[in-house]
Each structure stands twice: as structure tokens, then as C-alpha cells.
Design a protein around this ligand. Structure first.
Ligand code: BES
Ligand code: MN
Ligand code: ZN
Length: 501
């Protein structure tokens, strides 16, 4: 989809569909919606009077123009109540409208600059939200579908039509950033939606290399032999049951060569989590092809940083392995030795994410990366605690907590802080090793974080557990079924904010 910015009058713009908007409770539309209404002889106003258009959030009403204006259709998008309005509404309405336009066989769409009118938001931010929402909402993963139920063609062009020429530069800047952020989320989705047979660790690394090349990042992939030399016994242990060898993906972005500080982003890259010898139940196991979505979000956020080029240094680390049961797999009771020499008693082979993250954290600390932010589909406990509406995180640093909360808010990816309860480390005490990989069942997400904390030691750190939000089971706004791409855009926003500190 090509997104263009044009000066002009939306009522005169030719397109398969044009998008205007309406706040809930408004009975006579103003601004661009009013202008389109007049061109249609008051048709929109009548639909409002009849109660067919209410302006409710997520409502999209399609009106045929029957030749009265150059565009074939008008989509009237509900903005909801004025007091709840924000950029998130803009992103979501664009997602819904693009799918609706596509369903009506439109291949060209034009829109007004939602949010910059009576709502008075900054034109650049509105343009970014429009681009981000359009790119994400139009996403489809159709690689393996032949008999497609939805045969509609992709939207080819989206024009943002703005009458005030003074706003155009800001709008173009916003579009550029929104496209990068939206595409970054879609890269995460492409990786996470890919079935595990098509994306073993080596292929995952190849995809990382390709994205790194596209964004001018340095990419290094450590193979199994190198992992042995480094002593990454936890990552090797998780991977040893699979016919697909583990690897370790490193992406480097240097936007501030004069500084010796480098932020470390770490993502869980389990290309499939069967549970291993502590095998998972069959029902729903297919979702575990997405157990590398934390790693995918790191790779895609790094890609976005390469495109945006902020003045900051960031290294992305993705330990990648497939967790499988076999004659060579690790067993409950086995003891693994992490890169820093600490020993881990494996109680449950399904608590594998924390194992591979332990080695990645050791590597990050050896490289003096700080702060560290790890993202992982780590615990079912977090999914149960928060559900799909927010992503949980823990951190040792109040400043980071605030920055993560803000970055998530700006992305429309709500982030909710959980406490790191030090006492829960007691449940991780092992009789035979320095630590064991599972603790008490209650507060399982916090126990998992405390396990990571044991390896992080005193490095400033945040841990994002996205187990409940990596996947969507329904279409809504920017979300489509399958991978959400969370928390890719939050990570990019976070790094941009840290760069300004
Ligand atoms: N990848 C899973 C966590 C998960 C569950 C992600 C549901 C997304 C949706 C993780 O490796 C896991 O299996 N965790 C176990 C840990 C337990 C054995 C301590 C869990 O949460 O059950
Ligand atoms: Mn597991
Ligand atoms: Zn897992």
C-alpha cells in the first residue's frame, strides 16, 4: 500500500472509498463530514437522524455516493465520545475502515486527517496514527492459503487529503514514522504467524539477517558450536531435544558512536514450545509456534530503529531454540550450567523461556549492555492475570517503569506494572543447584521474573511478559486474528524516549 499526502478537498477526490468521521451524539456533521454530507444532498445527516449512524467507537457505516461525488463510497467512522478520543481511536478506525473498504472491493482509499479537526491533536501525530493504523489493519497472512474465502485485492493507495497546505510537511513526517512503526509490527506478525516447521531457529536467524540488511544493521548469528565455546549451557540444554540446532541472534544499531552506553533488548526465541519432556496438553499447542514473538518483536523493533536512526546505541539479542521431547532432550532433574557459571536444576522442561533468557542476560551483562529490557511469552500465569487487554511487566527501575508505561500508551499497547516480590525467590531454591527453574504456582509470572532477576543481578532491567497479548482471536481496529505484533511499537517508542534522556 502506497500512502500519499495531498493538498485538496476530500469531496472532490476520486477514490474507491473516502473516510470521514463523526463524534457520538453529533446530529449535524461539521468540517469535512459536513462538506461531504452537503455534496450528497444531506444523505449522511438523514442516516444520523434515522439512527443508522451513531458515531460510536468502532462503528463504520458505508454510504454509496451514486455519482454525486467522484468517490464511489463514503465510510463514516465513529469516533465515540469526545472525552475518550485520542490517537488510539484514529489508529483503530483506520484499521477497521481499510478492511471495510477492501471488503467492498475498493483498491484506492482517501481519508481526512482524523483528529486534527475539532479534536485539535497535532497534525504530525494524527498522520502517524493514520499510517500506523492503515498498515496494521490491512495486514493479512495469506502465505499458505489457496482457496481464500476472502478474495479481495489489497488496497493499493491511501491518500491523506488535507486542505490546509501549511500542515502538509508535518503530515508527511508523521506518515513516514507511522509507516515504519506499522511495518515493524507487521514484520513481527509475519515471523510469529509462520508455522514452526517453516521457521526453525536457523530460518528465524536468516529472516533476522534479511531485516537487518534492509535497515542497515549489523547482524551476527552464533551457531551451536560457538554457544558451546561460550558456555551457554541453558540455551543448549533447551535446544538439545530438537533436530533443529539452537542459535543466538545479535543485531547492533549504533546511532551514537560517541557514547559508550548501549541499551540491551532481549527477546525469547522459542520457535516451538511443545513443553519438552514435561509435554503440554494437545489442545491449543499449535499456538506455541508463536513462542518466539518476543524475539520477533526485538528483531522488528531493531529494524525500525535502523530506519528511524535515533541518536542512541542498541543491541538486540535473541536466543533461539526449539523445545522438543526426544531421546536427547533434557529431563526434569537435570542440571544445566549457564554462561556465568550458575547452575540450574530443571524441574519442568516447559519452563524453558527463562532458561534461554538466562544465557542471553549473561551475554548482555558481559557486553556491558544497560539498561536491559527482555520481552517474552513467558508464563501462562501472566495470560490469566491480565488477559488480552494489557501486557504485564516488572522492573527494578521506577524511571524505566514510567517510560515503559508511556511508550505503551502512545502505541495503544497498554503496559501494566507488576511487583517483583523478592520473597518469591525462596521458592526457586534448589537442593542440588544454585537455582531451580520453577517456583510456587501462585504468582507464577513473578516467580519467573525473579528467576531472571537472579541472572540480571544489579543491572537496571525490565521484563515484559507478553504471554496474554501476543495473539488476537478476533479482528478489532488495528488487530487482526493471529499475531498482534505487541510490543514492537512500545519498544521503539521506549528507545526513542531513552535516546532523548
Ligand atoms: N511459552 C509458555 C508460556 C505461554 C503460555 C505463552 C500461554 C503463551 C500462552 C512457557 O514456556 C511455559 O510453558 N510456561 C509455563 C511455566 C511453568 C511450567 C512454570 C507455564 O506458564 O505454564
Ligand atoms: Mn514452555
Ligand atoms: Zn515457552
Amino acid at each position: 500500500m502506497d500512502i500519499k499526502v495531498e493538498a485538496g478537498d476530500i469531496t472532490q477526490h476520486p477514490a474507491g472509498a473516502i473516510i470521514v468521521n463523526l463524534f457520538e451524539g453529533v446530529t449535524s456533521p461539521g468540517g469535512a463530514t459536513g462538506a461531504v454530507d452537503r455534496s450528497l444532498g444531506g444523505g449522511i445527516g438523514r442516516l444520523i437522524a434515522d439512527g443508522e449512524i451513531k458515531g460510536k467507537k468502532n462503528e463504520v457505516v458505508l454510504v454509496h455516493t451514486l455519482g454525486r461525488i467522484p468517490a464511489a463510497r463514503v465510510l463514516v467512522a465513529g469516533l465515540g465520545k469526545q472525552k475518550d478520543f485520542g490517537l488510539d481511536t484514529v489508529r483503530n478506525l483506520m484499521g477497521s475502515c481499510l478492511r471495510r473498504a477492501r471488503g467492498a472491493s475498493a483498491t484506492s482509499v482517501a481519508t481526512i486527517l482524523h483528529g486534527a479537526g475539532i479534536a485539535g491533536l497535532a497534525p504530525e501525530a494524527c498522520a502517524q496514527a493514520i499510517a500506523e493504523g492503515a498498515v496494521m489493519g490491512a495486514y493479512r497472512f495469506r502465505r499458505y492459503k489457496h482457496n481464500e474465502d476472502d478474495t479481495s485485492k489489497d488496497i493499493e493507495t491511501l491518500a491523506i487529503v488535507e486542505s490546509d497546505a501549511a500542515k502538509l510537511d508535518a503530515v508527511r513526517r508523521g506518515v513516514e514514522r507511522g509507516v515504519i512503526l506499522g511495518q515493524a509490527a507487521n514484520h513481527t506478525r509475519d515471523l510469529a504467524n509462520e508455522p514452526a516447521n517453516e521457521l526453525p531457529p536457523a530460518k528465524f536467524a536468516e529472516r533476522a539477517q534479511a531485516l537487518a540488511g534492509d535497515a542497515g544493521l549489523e547482524c551476527e548469528v552464533l551457531d551451536e558450536q560457538t554457544l558451546r565455546e561460550l558456555g551457554m549451557g541453558a540455551l543448549l540444554g533447551v535446544g538439545v531435544g530438537s533436530a533443529q540446532p539452537p542459535c543466538f541472534i545479535i543485531l547492533r544499531y549504533r546511532g551514537r558512536p560517541d557514547s559508550d552506553q548501549t541499551i540491551g533488548l532481549i527477546g525469547k526465541g522459542i520457535t516451538f514450545d511443545s513443553g519438552g519432556i514435561s509435554i503440554k496438553p494437545a489442545a491449543g499447542m499449535e499456538a506455541m509456534k508463536g513462542d518466539m514473538s518476543g524475539g520477533a518483536a526485538i528483531i522488528s523493533a531493531m529494524w525500525a530503529l535502523g530506519k528511524l536512526r535515533p541518536a542512541v546505541n542498541v543491541t538486540g539479542l535473541v536466543p533461539a531454540a526449539e523445545n522438543m521431547p526426544s531421546g536427547s532432550a533434557i529431563r526434569p532433574g537435570d542440571v544445566l550450567r549457564a554462561m556465568n557459571g550458575k547452575t540450574i536444576e530443571v524441574i519442568n522442561t516447559d519452563a524453558e523461556g527463562r532458561l534461554i533468557l538466562a544465557d542471553a542476560i549473561c551475554y548482555a551483562r558481559q557486553q556491558k549492555l544497560s539498561p536491559l529490557i527482555d520481552v517474552a511469552t513467558l508464563t501462562g500465569a501472566m495470560q490469566i492475570a491480565l488477559g488480552p487487554g494489557a501486557t504485564g511487566f516488572m522492573t527494578t527501575d521506577d524511571g524505566l517503569a514510567e517510560a515503559i508505561t508511556k511508550a505503551g500508551q502512545a502505541a495503544g499497547e497498554p503496559m501494566w506494572r507488576f511487583p517483583l516480590i523478592d520473597d518469591y525467590a525462596e521458592g526457586l531454591r534448589s537442593n542440588v543447584a544454585d537455582i531451580k527453574n520453577t517456583g510456587n504456582r501462585n504468582g507464577g509470572a513473578i516467580s519467573a521474573a525473579k528467576f531472571l532477576h537472579f541472572f540480571v543481578e544489579d543491572t537496571p532491567w525490565a521484563h515484559i511478559d507478553m504471554a496474554g497479548t501476543d495473539d488476537a482471536d478476533k479482528e478489532k481496529g488495528v488487530w487482526v486474528k493471529g499475531s498482534t505484533g505487541i510490543p514492537t511499537r512500545t519498544l521503539v517508542n521506549l528507545v526513542l524516549a531513552l535516546a532523548e534522556r
